[in-house]
Design a binder for this molecule. Structure first.
Ligand code: GAL
Length: 398
């Protein structure tokens, strides 16, 4: 027991020091850890049982891979849909807290509804109007799995297929999927590579790469549902959030961008300074909130550089003190506030995916870009490499 509390204390100290580059008030922090040791032991989140992820789906082996750093940050990722299943982060008391929604077993992912929990979505994350777009004058028709539109790559997309997996070390997982020419209606054989890395700076880093043999469109993102107080622990509406965007892309009633890029100033979409997620969610006069059934919109990120990672958002768990910073090379971020969650799915630990108990921050190119020439392009040509990265970085609010 002594060694357990020592491990907790040691890992919290490392976690805090690495993250905040701040001087530790060791005395104060040890006091708060000691007074919470019992609750930490009883309620600590754990990683799922790897055996529950060992199945054969579509003739391919699925598995669960554990990534960890030296500060007790741990991620569990399955190659079914390249999904982040669990992400354990110590909270302000050092208690391991699972900040992403997921299932206990791979069957639930394969049989569950279209939630996209933790998945890599593609070939095109987000919506394409009526599933149609043109390249060099030729029209392509995609599956309209979110009538009347195409959503997150189609019926299976990249989230309901088994990826090839290779784990070169304790902190890295490399996943590969080859999407065939014509799959879900997209042109070209596309080879997608996604690398998850857990760094010693308490980050979950996602590097994306893709190549094609025919001109196509690509927009890859991760669809993790976060609750920084712990998955299944109630509303996210009291989390504080900042999004580094003064513009967003308003949508029609089917969530397709109108093509305009509008200012967030004076609207419930202004998250430029920290605001409770739910503070303005019931602003019934706002047509955009009505169309989204809450927040379900793409924000145009303020970029200080053309390339390289820029800070997109920061969110603070009101109970856990866990802070998540999002950095990306992408021009946009979809903030989805869990409006379609309705408690019908049993998530890890027998909990329910209740209404607005998680949020997604999907770094991306804007929705329906293939039909909006003024938006940053999502076209990928043969011989070119699609390359992008996103980082979710964790620390503790003091
Ligand atoms: C989000 C999307 C929402 C909803 C959700 C899955 O990315 O913006 O409209 O489809 O995925 O339920």
């Amino acid at each position: 027991m002594k060694s357990l509390s020592f491990t907790l204390i040691a890992s919290l100290a490392l976690f805090t020091a690495c993250n905040n580059n701040r001087q530790n008030n060791q005395e104060q922090s040890n006091d708060s850890i000691n007074s919470n040791t019992d609750s930490a032991k009883s309620e600590s989140a754990q990683l799922p049982d790897a055996k529950a992820f060992q199945q054969t789906i579509d003739g391919k082996q699925t598995n669960l891979y554990i990534l960890k750093n030296k500060n007790n940050l741990q991620a569990a990722v399955t190659n079914y849909g390249a999904r982040v299943v669990s992400l354990l982060v110590p909270d302000k008391n050092g208690k391991p807290t699972d900040v992403v929604v997921g299932y206990d077993n791979v069957r639930a992912y394969a049989e569950g509804g279209d939630t996209y929990f933790g998945a890599i979505v593609g070939r095109y994350g987000n919506r394409i109007a009526k599933g149609k777009f043109k390249l060099d004058g030729k029209e392509y028709a995609l599956v309209t799995n979110n009538a009347p539109n195409h959503l997150h790559g189609g019926n299976k997309g990249f989230s309901r297929v088994v990826w090839g997996a290779q784990q070169p070390n304790d902190s890295t997982l490399m996943l590969t999927y080859v999407s065939k020419d014509g799959e879900e209606g997209y042109p070209g054989n596309l080879t997608a590579k996604v690398t998850y890395t857990v760094t010693n700076n308490n980050e979950l880093k996602i590097d994306y790469e893709a190549t094609t043999d025919k001109k196509t469109v690509v927009n890859l993102t991760n669809h993790s549902y976060f609750n920084l107080n712990g998955q299944g622990s109630g509303t996210i509406n009291n989390h504080l959030m900042m999004i580094n965007a003064y513009r967003y892309t308003p949508v029609d009633s089917t969530l397709i961008p109108l093509g305009k890029i509008e200012s967030v100033v004076g609207t419930p979409f202004d998250f430029r300074s920290f605001t409770k997620i739910g503070a303005r969610i019931n602003d019934t006069g706002n047509i955009q909130l009505k169309y989204g059934k809450g927040y379900d919109h793409n924000f145009v990120l303020n970029k200080n550089k053309r390339t390289g990672l820029t800070k997109a958002a920061e969110v603070i768990g009101d109970q856990s003190g866990i802070v998540m910073d999002v950095y990306t090379k992408e021009p946009g971020i979809q903030f989805y506030g869990g409006n379609f969650m309705n408690g019908t799915h049993t998530i890890k630990g027998g909990k329910k995916d209740d209404y607005r108990t998680a949020f997604c921050l999907e770094t991306q190119h804007y929705p329906d870009s293939p039909n909006h020439p003024a938006f940053p392009s999502t076209t990928l040509e043969p011989g070119k490499v699609y390359k992008t990265s996103t980082v979710y970085a964790f620390s503790i609010k003091r």
